[in-house]
Design a protein around this ligand. Structure first.
Ligand SMILES: Nc1ncnc2c1ncn2[C@@H]1O[C@H](COP(=O)(O)OP(=O)(O)OP(=O)(O)O)[C@@H](O)[C@H]1O
Ligand SMILES: [Mg+2]
Length: 275
């Protein structure tokens, strides 16, 4: 199972719409996808998907329900998990509960190919936890200079937290592919120079005003009208991501990676050393 985090420095750049439509596009390519709404502030993945979930992460953390029962069926063959205020709870929950939750999350491996975290913008600890856990972090950037500057700031903090983070730049709302590549190259040059980072390029999605009515109607645009520019672009992005699958085969078991990202570090655990 691949863990993909979708994030950005600046808010409102298109993360949730990209997570939803990318998830559906991957599902159309034959992958089993779970979308995890990991945005504490504005948890609106269900709105974008046009789906209602009866339960959320809260129920899985209360200990009364298992994660599998909390995950709902969404459109286009995807499944999704509403986070909401549960995401905050996840950080404060008791160690035992957290371990149990992470175990359940890792057990999704048998039924899931790609797990996508739609995070909030910016880099507070909760967002960072999901970025650390991911095999790859998709940073959504628009041509807006503020979005580019905030993306750089996010990359800087992420690398401080995870030196070998796999960072992918996904340009959104661009006029054309050339514009996207120019911005990516500039960002990569600066990150290379000041952070010794190497950013990968995942592609671009054009600005497309025709998706707006579909967003308002809560219809993911990739299925509502596959002929739209944005729909074609997101399918291209899905194919690019799919092609890279084999690169991320990881020898470390998923549960250990998750525990590490969520701060359960066995090697330096005083409680365990004392035992
Ligand atoms: N490619 C695009 N073409 C046109 N409009 C777009 C495109 N991508 C995003 N938008 C616009 O940006 C708005 C915000 O998108 P979205 O909610 O997905 O952003 P977000 O990054 O998840 O925001 P937040 O930071 O609040 O979570 C959409 O409602 C849509 O109007
Ligand atoms: Mg969002």
């Amino acid at each position: 199972m691949r863990l993909v985090s979708v994030t950005s420095g600046k808010g409102g750049v298109g993360k949730t719409n990209i997570s939803a439509n990318l998830g559906i596009a991957l599902s159309q390519l034959g992958y089993r996808v779970v979308l995890f709404d990991a945005d504490l502030g504005l948890a609106n993945l269900d709105v974008v998907l046009g789906a209602n979930a009866e339960y959320s992460l809260h129920h899985a953390l209360d200990g009364n329900m298992c994660l599998g029962d909390v995950i709902a069926n969404g459109p286009g063959g995807i499944r999704f998990l509403s986070g909401g205020s549960g995401v905050s709870k996840l950080i404060n929950v008791s160690r035992k509960r957290l371990q149990n939750f992470l175990l359940e999350l890792s057990q999704l491996e048998t039924s899931t190919d790609v797990l996508i975290f739609d995070t909030g913008a910016g880099v507070d600890q909760r967002v960072l936890t999901f970025l650390r856990a991911a095999d790859e972090v998709l940073i959504v950037v628009t041509p807006d200079p503020a979005s580019i500057a905030d993306a750089y700031a996010t990359i800087k903090v992420l690398l401080r937290n995870k030196k070998n983070a796999n960072i992918q730049i996904l340009m959104n709302q661009v006029e054309h592919e050339r514009q996207a590549e120019v911005i990516y190259r500039k960002l990569n040059d600066i990150a290379g120079h000041f952070l010794e980072a190497n950013l990968s390029y995942t592609g671009s999605i054009r600005h497309d005003s025709e998706i707006v009515p579909f967003i308002r109607a809560r219809h993911p645009f990739v299925t509502a009208d596959p002929r739209l520019r944005a729909s074609k672009d997101i399918v291209m992005v899905a194919k690019t991501i799919a092609k890279r699958t084999s690169v991320y085969e990881d020898s470390q078991p998923l549960i250990s990676r998750l525990e590490e990202a969520f701060g359960i570090i066995h090697a330096h655990d005083p409680a365990q050393t004392a035992a």
